[in-house]
Structures are given as C-alpha cells and as structure tokens.
Design a protein around this ligand. Structure first.
Ligand SMILES: C[S@@+](CC[C@H](N)C(=O)[O-])C[C@H]1O[C@@H](n2cnc3c(N)ncnc32)[C@H](O)[C@@H]1O
Length: 288
C-alpha cells in the first residue's frame, strides 16, 4: 500500500499539470496513477472555483498550495537530472514518481526505482503496463536503514563503476539522522565519478519544527487517502549546512542548494504559502 504522502504528492503533481508553471512543468502521467476518489480531489482543484464551505475550502487550499510546491520542486529536480545526463538514475523512495514514464530525456537511461516493498507493489499495480519513456525501469524493493540498499542495487544491475544520478525527493525527513547518514554511505559506495545526488529536504526552522508535524498530519487527513501513518512521522529536519557537511563527508561537492520560494518566484508561480516553499529545499551535489 502506498503511504498517504506518496499519494498526495502524486495528486499535487496531477493538479499542477497544465495550471502551474505552464511551459516549464508538465506531468500527464500522475493522474493515471490515481484511483477514482483520489482523482476526484484533483479534478476539484483543476476545474472548480474555490469552494465556500470550510472543509471543502481547506481540502481545496491544501492541494492547490501543494501543487505549487510540487511544481517548483519537480522543475528544479528535472533540470538537475537533465543537466547531469547520466546513463543510470536511481529514484530513492520513489512513491508515485512519474519521471521514468514522462521524461523523454531518459530514453538512454536505466531507471532504478527504490521503495518500501509494499509501496512499490502498489505503484506497479497503478502504473500497470504503461510504456516507460526511460530505456528501462527496474523495481528495487528495499526498507531503508537496512544494509540492503547496496546489495539490492547490485542485484538489480546498477553499475557502480558508471555515473549515476540519484534523486531522494521528499523522503529524507521520514528517516532518523543515522539512517540518513547510512543512506549517503550506500549512495557513495555505488557512485562513480560524474555521479550526481539530488536531495529534496525540509529545513529545520521554527516554522517547520512547530508547524510541520501538525500541518503534514492535517493535509494528509484532509486529503483522505488511506495508508500507513507510522512511515509518515517526521524524524529528521536539516539545515543547509548539515546537508553540505553530510555531502562533503561522502566526497560530494555541493553544486546548488536552493529553497523553493526562490524557484517558485523564478517560475512566476503565484503561490499562497511562502513559508512551506521557503522550508523546502533542493540540494544538488556532484562526485568529482
Ligand atoms: C513522501 S513519499 C515521496 C514519494 C516521491 N519521492 C515523491 O516525491 O512523490 C516518501 C516515500 O519514501 C518511502 N519510504 C519512507 N520510509 C521508507 C523506508 N524506511 N524504506 C523505504 N522506503 C521508505 C515511502 O514508501 C514513499 O514512497
């Protein structure tokens, strides 16, 4: 079963398609991975004017705000993937990530989707036999924090001596710091020079410490998607300096580390929630 946050981020990308950052963001695949009631929430945001009733308005606002956040984050990450143009892409905590099915630039890239086994089997059911845009997609079921990441990637055919782009988007905060460090060790162990690591993370600010746990629970509840709450507890928040130190410790040089507020402004997204955008960052680090 997909966790609720994986479904809600997919709903947000579907809600953003054709409405937010038009010309820079497009994702026609996400809507196809949603079940009927999940799609209905997206259609309300895509087609209706803001509802008047309080609960309906809250549901609408949460998904509409998240659509702005996801459009900005997706554009930043897609740009970094394109610029690296590596032959392998590993998507950690892939959830309902649609890149392997929508990014034509991946036509020569082998994509490895790593996720919790239950979430991954749900994803496979949802995507069905849709043709990938990538050269191929390999599913790698792994419970993070275990030593299995490296051996599972080896078994799936990821070649450690070839450059790899890694995306870890929106999942760092669900792991404790020692587990995040363990993940970076695994990434470094399977990365050749020229590899790139892209991390979308939530920063440690007064806003995120005090409001994020409450806010995340609220929007997940309002979204009404079913799933395992245990996986969605926030276990670590990071400052840019801590992310930089973590990357440096594993031989990675930070290329960029931007907050989504700046990215949303550059994309001329008329956002409503500057705090949420400012608390989310995308760091890009390269292995020389
Ligand atoms: C918020 S979702 C993000 C999904 C996707 N990256 C996106 O941005 O839409 C977090 C993902 O991390 C995965 N995840 C969380 N904790 C995990 C763990 N301990 N082991 C494996 N996967 C985990 C979940 O299954 C889920 O797919």
């Amino acid at each position: 079963m997909m966790c609720r946050s994986g479904i809600v981020t997919c709903q947000a990308r579907a809600a953003a398609d054709g409405r937010v950052a038009v010309g820079r963001f497009t994702d026609p695949v996400s809507i196809r991975m949603l079940r009927a009631p999940e799609r209905a929430a997206v259609e309300r945001v895509r087609s209706a004017a803001e509802p008047q009733r309080t609960m309906a308005w809250l549901r609408y606002r949460m998904l509409a705000d998240l659509a702005d956040i996801l459009a900005a984050r997706t554009v930043a990450i897609d740009d970094a993937v394109r610029a690296a143009a590596n032959p392998q892409l590993v998507v950690l905590g892939a959830g309902l990530d649609a890149r392997a099915w929508r990014m034509t630039e991946l036509a020569w890239t082998v994509v490895f989707e790593v996720d919790h086994p239950a979430a991954q089997s749900d994803k496979r059911e949802r995507i069905g036999d849709a043709d990938p845009a990538a050269a191929s997609v390999r599913f790698v079921p792994v419970e993070f924090g275990s030593a299995a990441l490296e051996s599972a990637l080896e078994a799936a055919g990821q070649v450690a001596s070839e450059p790899t782009t890694w995306i870890w988007e929106g999942g760092v905060r669900y792991l404790r710091k020692p587990h995040v460090e363990r993940m970076l060790r695994g990434i470094a162990a399977r990365s050749a020079p020229g590899s790139r690591v892209i991390v979308g993370y939530t920063t440690r600010t007064v806003h995120s410490v005090l409001l994020a746990p409450w806010g995340v629970r609220l929007w997940l509840t309002l979204a009404g998607a079913a799933g395992a709450k245990r996986e969605e507890r926030i276990r670590s928040l990071w400052t840019p300096a801590q992310i930089a130190a973590l990357c440096t410790a594993h031989g990675l040089d930070i290329d960029t580390d931007e907050d989504l507020l700046g990215i949303a402004r550059a994309l001329e997204i008329p956002y409503e929630s500057p705090e949420w955008l400012a608390n989310t960052r995308v760091a890009v680090a390269d292995l020389p």
